[in-house]
Design a protein around this ligand. Sequence first.
Ligand code: PLP
Length: 421
Amino acid sequence: MPNFSLSDSVFRAACEQYATPFHLYDERGIRETARRLNRAFAWASDFREYFAVKALPTPAVLRLLRQEGCGLDCASYTELRLAEACGFTGDQVMFSANDVPAEEFAFARRIGATINLDDITHIPELRKNGGIPETVCLRFNPGGHFRVGNAIMGDPGDAKYGMTRPQLSEALATLKGYGVRRFGLHAFLSSNTTDESYFPALARLLFETGRELIAESGLTLAFINLSGGIGVPYRPGEPQANIEAIGEGVRLAYEEVLLANGITGVALKTELGRYMTAPHGWLVAHVTHEKRIYKHYLGLDASACDLMRPAMYGAYHHITIVGRQGEEEKVDVTGSLCENNDKFAVDRMLPRAEIGDILVIHDTGAHGLSMGYNYNGKLRCKEVLYREDGSYTLIRRAETPHDYFATLDMDPVWTRLNEEL
Ligand SMILES: *Cc1c(COP(=O)(O)O)cnc(C)c1O
């Protein structure tokens, strides 16, 4: 299994070039993960990973994924615009949106994106906004609990996404009447799972449902989209997803359900986000304050606005301190927001740190900066790419007060706000 971590000297050198805080992404790691995924599914006809843009919507990263053969999975007009501007068009773009404003279909159709319909009511909306294409994907929600063996892997019955099984049949009958000839099938039933049985079980469900729908509708099954959900080990010692075993498990299901029943030429797609980039990103910050009251706090120059997962989900992100090892003490690691959940770690044992130390928060390469926000007028940090040749490139600058004030341009104070003090 590969080790994705970078050495302390890489973080130190990055800090010499760029003021903290910043997210640092490792080009080599991202490329290697993309190649490994492509190899694991090389057996499939026309396999393509559509990277979930929301996980890391930065053009420099999207472009290097494009060089590795990936497409993009978009969920909004803005993401579609970004995809198009980065050179992704036609069958390199998947549009999977829930509760989507109808007008957004028109732009998705204009750039030739594959439309993944989340609901049966979207059919007339798509018809009016861009029209019904020859190939349409349907998002399936089987309801209840999604079980693999005795383990519950997800609760689709509680999820707002997708169509019921009867709705899939109804949707295809309607779409056929509108000229659809080929369909795809998609479902996302478990999140952040490293269990190697998830994708094979999901694939089997989708292959079997696809087979039924072919028989019912007489349409061609163009592809199965396994979506995202493969997880990464956020905690030291947690297992990595064995992508080769996952690819092999999906291949067996493909043979048993599709090929053995004479169904050939069905392409395979994924929309992984976390698996692709999470382990290849780090939020790099400085310790700026140390406070001892009822607990012991290390304050950083980063906040939950740069990385929301710990505050929002209580998510664990591993933390290391550059150049420090050995004797540990229990601390809370905080940002500066007036919100007591602005903590990157609670009661964490860390090596004894001092003000001025570089503190590194791991696995921030997906759903990191992109989930950030601007509470307390906090400005989101920059992004830096650690290149394969060992150099560093700024790929997104930090936000400025001008960015924060930009939406006030109808207000008389806007000019004042933009004057330099
Ligand atoms: C969020 C999302 C993904 C990616 O999820 P990960 O957990 O990052 O793999 C893929 N497809 C859709 C439709 C999504 O909403």
